[in-house]
Every structure is written in C-alpha cells, then in structure tokens.
Design a protein around this ligand. Sequence first.
Ligand code: UD2
Ligand code: MN
Length: 531
Amino acid sequence: MQIDIRKAQKKSMFIDDNIDNYFGYLGRSVLVNHSLLSANEKLKFQEGWTKHGFNQYVSDLIPVQRRLPDFRLPACVEQIYPNNLPTASVVIPFHNEALSTLLRTVHSILDNSPPHLLREIVLVDDCSELEINFDLESILSKMPLVKLIKTSTWTGLVGARLTGYDVTSSDVTVFLDSHCEVTTGWLEPILARLKENEKAVVTSAVDVISGDTFEYQPEPLDGFIPVGSFDWNLNYVWNRNYLSRNSTQPVRTATLLGCIIAVSNHFFDTIGRFDAGLSVWGGENLELSFKTWMCGGSVEIIPCSRIGHVFRKYLPYISGQKARDMVKKNLLRVADVWMDDYKFYYHHSINHHLTDIGDTSSMKSLRQALKCSSFQDYLQRLQPLIFIPAFCIWSGQIENHQVRLCIDTDSNNLQIDQVNINVRGCADEDPSQLWFMCERGEIRNHRGCWANYRRSDVILKPCSIRGSASQIWQYREDKSLFHSRTRKCLELTDRNRVVLSTCQLGARQVWTWSRRPAFGPIPPWRSHSYG
Ligand code: UD2
Ligand code: MN
C-alpha cells in the first residue's frame, strides 16, 4: 500500500502498528476521507464504485484474510453436531468481481470450514472482462481445494452456478455470491439440517457487509430474525419473525435471498435445479423458493450459521431498460410456471407489458410430474395475509393534470417512515408508480400507505391494520385527491413537491388515475385486501 494513502486516511480511521489492528479488523468499518485523496486516488476510488457498485477502494485496503468475531448466539456455540455429516462443495459464480472481495470470500471459507466437511470450492468465472483474470489463476493454484473453471459465453448467474454444480462431487452444494464472508461455525449447522431433512433448502442468517465501509454488521437476532417474502412486483421483501435467544432451530421462510443457498444435491436434482432459462440476473431465488415449498420441501433459515454479504448500491454489469427487461423476462417465467392465476397480479404490476419468455414447457411438465401443490396452497401456508389487489377500487399511475408528472416514491429507501411521496416523469410499466386505492380509502403500494405527516407533507407509512384516519382518502368525481382528516387536497406545488393544501380545484389539484383495477384470484380465506 502506498504510504500517502495511509497518511491521507489516518485522520478518519484507526491505524496501529499492531499487526492485529489492520483495516477492517474484526469487521470494523473503514472510512476514507475522500477530500484528502490525491487526484489519482480519487479516480481509483470513483472507478471502484463504478465497476462494482460497492467501495472497491476500501475493500482493497482490507486484507483478503480478515479476522471476524464469533457472532453466534450462545446456544449455537454449545451445539454439538453428529460426526457423520454430509460433505459440501461451495460454488461461487462471478462476473467482473473485484479480486479483493473474491479472495476474501475464499479465505473465509478455508479458514472457517472443518477440512473433512469441505470437499472443494468451485469458482466459476462467468466471462469476466475486467482485469481480475490476469493473476487469478496463479493465486488460486496455491490455495487448497480451490478449482477455477470458466464459462464459454456469458451465461448469467444461473448458468454459471449450474456449470459449477456439474463439476462438484459432494452430497451438498452451497451456492455463494462472490463477495461474502462466512464466519465461525457456519457450515456444521447447515449440514446437520440437510442431513436431518434432505428436502430442506436452507440459507444462513444473512448479515450485511456495508458496501461503503465494509463494516460487518451482524443481525442482532435479539428476539427477531429477518425472514423473506415477496410482493406482487415480485420483489424480495423482508419480514420479521420471532426467534427466542436460545433457539438453534431452523426458521421457516416463504422466500430466500439468492446469495447463500445450501441444498442436498439429490433434492436439487429432483426439483429440476434452477430454471436454466433465467438469464444474467434475477428471479432464481423466488423460483427455487416457490418450487421447494410447492413440491414437498421447505425453505429455512439456519440461525446458527452466520454469513455476511456485501450489498451493492446498484448492479454494475447491466443497467437501464436492458436490465429492467431482463429481470422482467425472468420474473415472467417464474410467474408462468409457478404462480397459476396469481401471475395476473404481476402482469398488472408491469401494466401488461408482456414479453416473450421463451419455452417453459419442461419446467411445467416437471411440476406436473412431481405433483406439486398449487400457488394458492403455498400462499395459505406461507403468506396468508399478503395484500390482495383485487379488492381495490382504483389502480395505476396517478398523473397530474397540469404537469405531465406521475406520483412516485423513493423505492430504494428501506426505512419506510422516511419514504416521501414525490413526482417523476411518467413511466407506465414502472411498479414504483403503481398505486392502489383500496376498499377503506387507503392509497397504497406494496410497501405502505399514504399518510399525512407534519402539517402538509404526505409520506408512505406502514398500512394501519385498523385503518388509521390519517390514511383515509377520497378520489372524488372532480379528480381531486381529498384527505379526509385534514379536509385538504393533494397539490403539486410550483417546485413540483406533493403536499396537502386547501381544496380549490386548480389544475395542480387534478389527478388522473389511469388503469383498470387489478384482477386476479381472491384466496377463499380472505375478505379484505389487507391482512
Ligand atoms: C441478489 C442476490 C443474488 C441473486 C440475485 C438475483 C442477495 C443478497 N443476492 O443480487 O444472489 O439471487 O439477487 O438473481 O440476495 N454473477 C455471475 N454472472 C452474471 C451475474 C452475476 O456470475 O451474469 C454472479 C455475481 O458475480 C455474484 C452472483 O452472481 O457472485 C450474484 O450477483 P450479484 O451479487 O450481482 O447479485 P446481488 O447480490 O445484487
Ligand atoms: Mn451479491
């Protein structure tokens, strides 16, 4: 490392000559004071973000073998596992991964896995174009158990995972993203569960490694554990489940994230592996979750296994309309094969901009041959309270009469209390502009309901089960959006902010709600749109 960088950063981060006190030691964050970097370093810093969607500059400062604390709950530490656990192969696909994150992933596995349980680590280079290829082979050749293979064309993460899977030789496969860090004792509880229940598809407790500072942020698991579900845009959604502090038991989850998936090879083969028609990115985690539950298995989180994943700010290798089309095509495939008529809710969410999804007949025949249950059955068991759009009265984009702008929201903000309602250029297949008015007068999307905040602001809040008065609206004949409690109307200000204001039917208070309501199945146990 160049000495000037160290000097530059000394002000904002700890540096000690003590060998144990390196950047990122024990999962601590590394803060770079950008303004103190030289012009050259600034460029490097920026390029790292552009190429990877995370802070490569910081990752490169942290040793590729970093020590992390033992994050396990006390009950997990005391757990004793059988001697004859199945063996595991870890398959890691990568496309243009940063060398430092990739090597840190591999080192963490080698350092934290009992040698008799780890058969091999298969790295699958999915046609990377960045410089990473140059010295990788020679670096890896010095590491035990690591195989490097390459795909012949850019196949995408499913294709790369399947290519890696083909060369494994163990009982169990763990699919891992190429920017993870596994921690003490991660493997044994996964293998023990798969030995006990061959039809389980499991994941670990997924901890966040900050894409900015590379701080390892362990989930506290203090009474709750994040579990997965989905919405009708087919986004992954986090929920919270109870978890007692001394529980070592698997936790059921409706869906899992794709970054860490462990499965018995025999069961994986039975359910048709991943749908090989899913290209580049997106959808495979839902596909695997749906079919596992529907075809006799279960999807579970193993709280004793702790793995961190670097969450990117954006996908670096594909973007814009091309990325949206690709994800849409993948999700349409998943919906087509597994969701029965519930797929219409997804079609509605993309405003019926359907595309060619390729051939899904082999997946459908497999579903039939395995006598998998219905999607409704899956909902009843795993998501009985999911939002049902068919009860709603209005849906679609909400466009202002004076200015051609549609109501939108900052969809990336995960803290729902801080999500503002704003406007953007209208894009009629963009789910972030899809709003429903439902039977009680709430205006909502999949994440929350419009509510009055402070004097005149409107924000998205968690929908109130009892129907809070601040969440009740009327869409009136004159096309105004009337907030019942304040008796005010929604207005687009001169600065294009959306606020509540005295009703006076100017064009800035007139809104067109464009789409027919969603139609789709109503589960027999439900009589409201809300759970
Ligand atoms: C998430 C998942 C990821 C996968 C994806 C949807 C988490 C935290 N991660 O996005 O596992 O389920 O959603 O498909 O839930 N890769 C290739 N070839 C490609 C593209 C990606 O090999 O063409 C590799 C990539 O290097 C990485 C893995 O596939 O190792 C997942 O890709 P990602 O990290 O870009 O996806 P992520 O975490 O944003
Ligand atoms: Mn990832």
